[in-house]
Design a protein around this ligand. Structure first.
Ligand code: CA
Length: 231
């Protein structure tokens, strides 16, 4: 049974949501402040966190950043603002998905299951590890190593890298990445791809000016290739 942590200060949202998610087969813990939520996330290691952005003690985005610094747990953000800037900002801060208030338990549950499915996608599959130069992407263990050293990635960064590593040397368009990795239509959050690519670059120890594996093809997309050439 997936273990969820719901961080939400509003009792009129939290109580019915906890009940509805339990009815839908999740084990749910709840916290009403950012600090309690952070503590719970570290102590109890939930499978997924649902995070309200408007918390009394700390901005939810700030909490998301703190959480991301220490954990790769998938996070779905609940935001009251339905605008692209806000959504891009929370995705940039490391959220895996978002729901806009008011949302139904059914809607949130669908998002939760999709995020957990993505996280588990490699676990049961027989996909072999992909090797591109010194980079090894293992979809079963969802682990990445670079020159033998483990690279910590969020679930989304992993999916992005895996998608690219499966097509070494090919230019992959942002449109394809948005539909295949994010499963959202092009035009909604194009900047999201750039932001995640820049994080991925940082974690791989490179930057856009001096790329090793990730090469931006201006106006088209991105290509992953071995610094040594072929494959
Ligand atoms: Ca709130």
């Amino acid at each position: 049974m997936p273990r969820l942590l719901l961080i939400e200060d509003d009792l009129t949202i939290r109580t019915p949501l906890v009940r509805a998610l339990r009815d839908r087969g999740h084990a749910v813990a709840a916290a009403s402040t950012a600090m309690d939520g952070l503590r719970d996330a570290l102590d109890n290691r939930p499978d997924l966190v649902v995070l309200d952005l408007g918390l009394p003690d700390l901005d939810g985005r700030e909490l998301l950043r703190m959480l991301r610094a220490v954990s790769a747990v998938p996070v779905i953000v609940a935001t009251a603002r339905d605008d692209e800037t806000e959504i891009v900002r929370v995705l940039d801060a490391g959220a895996d998905d978002y729901v806009v208030k008011p949302f139904t338990a059914a809607q949130l549950d669908a998002r939760i299951r999709a995020v957990l499915r993505r996280g588990a996608a490699g676990a049961g599959a027989g996909d072999p590890a992909l090797v591109v130069g010194g980079l090894r992407v293992d979809p079963r263990a969802r682990q990445v190593t670079l020159d033998g050293v483990a690279v910590e990635l969020t679930p989304r960064e992993f999916d992005l890298l895996h998608h690219l590593a499966a097509r070494p040397g090919e230019v992959v368009t942002k449109r394809e990445l948005l539909t295949e990795v994010w499963q959202i239509p092009y035009g909604g959050a194009d900047k999201t791809v750039d932001v995640h690519l820049s994080w991925l670059r940082r974690k791989l120890g490179e930057n856009a000016q001096q790329p090793r594996y990730l090469h931006t093809v201006r106006g088209v997309g991105v290509r992953l290739e071995s610094p040594g050439g072929a494959g």
